[in-house]
Each structure stands twice: as structure tokens, then as C-alpha cells.
Design a protein around this ligand. Sequence first.
Ligand code: PLP
Length: 389
Amino acid sequence: MRKVYLDHAGTTPLHPEVYSLMCEFMKNNFGNPSSIHSYGREAKKWVDEARQQVADLIGADREEIIFTGSGTEADNLAIIGTAAARRKKGNHIITSSIEHPAVLNTCKYLEKNGFEVTYLPVDGYGLVDPEELRRAIRHETILVTIMHANNEIGTIEPIEELSSIAREYGILFHTDAVQTAGKIPVNVKDLGVDLLTISSHKIYGPKGVGALYKRKGVRLEPVIHGGGQEKKMRSGTENTAGIVGFGKAAEIAARDLESEYNRTLELRDRLVQGINDRIPDVKYNGHPERRLPHNAHFSFSYVEGESMLLSLDMKGIAASSGSACSSSNLKGSHVLEAIGLPYELIHGSLRMTLGRMNDAADIDYVLEVLPEIVARLRSFSPLANKLTV
Ligand code: PLP
């Protein structure tokens, strides 16, 4: 059976060049980068090179990169670290209602510890209105954290505009760029941000390694305490092989950014057009232009998303329900709720995210299989049947 992987926003496989380099590194190096002997110095050299590669991907300086154990950890460090460092200045944080749980739940944690958080609404495309941000700012506001692009619907937020408003008031600005770095141009200076999160496993690097960009001069309190690695910002012996792989993945992502952008955009447009042509009663979610090139997100009326996923999986196609609902959590996606989708459409949603593993034949296979699946599932739906009788 053909296998088609359409969940590149969930995670990506290791790029073969990343795999080779990690193997070479692990075969020949085991030193602790904090040790002063030759083994340690050699390991440090590799980590520093990776730091440069990651910095280059986002237009930062090497000294501004803090390696962490994940994108989630980098988000925690940015938010909790700022809250702790600026507590005397104020206790108010502004974020958006469509953030990843790594940001939302960190904000919820701070709410339980004396901070106040404003969750900005978004419009039907998932965009934050810069004027809403201006209105939400208070004397006590210390941090604005708004994602660069949404992981479910792919909408790209107007970060330059939002960060310039925060700057006017001397408020720090953090953006979660886990879904954008390596996919669209990301430059910390152009974006005007103080803090920015990225993650290795979304860009064909290994899992369990991320990074926080911290602009020179920005003060954070560490979240993890110990031996003082990463300039005291993130203690713990470095995941050297992971960092080396992340660096290589960042270098490759920068090198191939334009070609992969154009290639996935073309495939995505073929997929979207094909679905719109072949399947009735379908809504394309997210912004038509301000969106990630590889993201296609649909809601199908009268279809249950999980059943669609399982049927696709049986045909070898891996996608995501986009409704983030599991047996333990029957609540639909907070993102789809925030853009105003009705319950029924939230539960009939499907996210397909393209990447290096895909070609045109994959898209044609999906276009052959998906209409049949939707039609079959709709045939079981009393609502769909009522409308067609
Ligand atoms: N932020 C966003 C927008 C994400 O999409 C993800 C992962 O899906 C994360 C943060 C978490 O990154 P990690 O898996 O490296 O913890």
C-alpha cells in the first residue's frame, strides 16, 4: 500500500544529512562541553558550530541562542523567565487565544501564581488585530507572547506590527516560531522580537531539542537550575548529539528554504484545488494568503474528523484531525473555536501538512481516496441524508 505522510506540522523525519552527521558525531565524540580537556573542547566546538547554524537560520548572533530540551521548554523559559525577572515591574501578560498549549498552559500556570493574563481574540482567519493589542496594554504589562504562525490553521500573524506596539510601551515581545522557522523567512531583527522559540523536530532535526533566541541585553530568570550551562540560562549537560543534529537541520533548512517553500506551495495548492473541485460542503480554514505554504486545513460538513483520520490511515495516509480531541478530551480545538467555527465543523476538520516526504503522486492519491471516504462517512450521517433526500 502507498504510504503518504501529511503530518509535517506534527513532526518530521530526520534529514539523511542530519542522520549521517549525528552518527559521525556520536561515533567519535562523547566529551562534556563543560570539560576543559581536549574531549570537552572538541564537544564544545561542535555545539558552538550548531549554535551558529541555528543563529544563522533566524538572523541572530550566536551568543543569543540558548539550547533547550524542546520548543515547549523554550516557551516556558521565555514566559516564566520574563515573569520572574520583571515581577517587580508588573504582573500582566498578553497572549492570543490560539497559542499552542506550550504557551497557553504556561500562562495558566502563571495565573495560578499571581499573574494576570489577557487572551486576545482572533478574527475568522485566525488573525490578531494589532489595535486589540494596543487596547489590552496596561501599566503593569511586562510581556506580549503571540505565535508567528498557528500550528493548526497555518495563519501567519502580523508580528512586525504587534512587536512595534509592544516596543512603544517598553514591553518585551516573545513569539513562538516553532511552525515558521525553516519554512518561511524568519529574521528576529525584521520581526522586532526580544525572544523567539524554535524546535528541531519540525525542521527534519532530532526530537528533544529546541532553542530560545534571547536578544542581547534581555534579562530572564532561569527555569532549570543547576550547573549553569547555556550561560546560566538552562542548566544540565547539553544534549550534544541532538544539538549537532539541530544545527545541521537548521543549515539545510536555510539552504533549501526557497525551493522547499515553492515546491510545497505548489503541491498544497493542487491539493486544495482538488478537494474543492471534488468534495461539496467543505470549508477551507485559515487565511487564504497569510498562511504557511505547506498547510491545508479543511472542515467537512456531516463527517466526524476522527473517523476520517482512521479511514485515511487504513489507506496509508497519515494526517491530523485538526480538532485536537482525543478520547480523554472531547472538547474540540480551541483554535477552531476561537475562529468561530460551529461545533459540527470543528469536529469534521482535517489538517494536512506537506513537506519533504511528498510529491505530486501523493497528492493525486489523496485526491483519489479522500472523496470516497467523505462520501462513505456522509452516507452514515442522518444530517447529511436529510439534506440530500
Ligand atoms: N509551539 C508550537 C506552535 C508547536 O506547534 C509545537 C509543537 O507542535 C510546540 C510549540 C512544542 O514544540 P516541542 O514539540 O519541541 O516541544
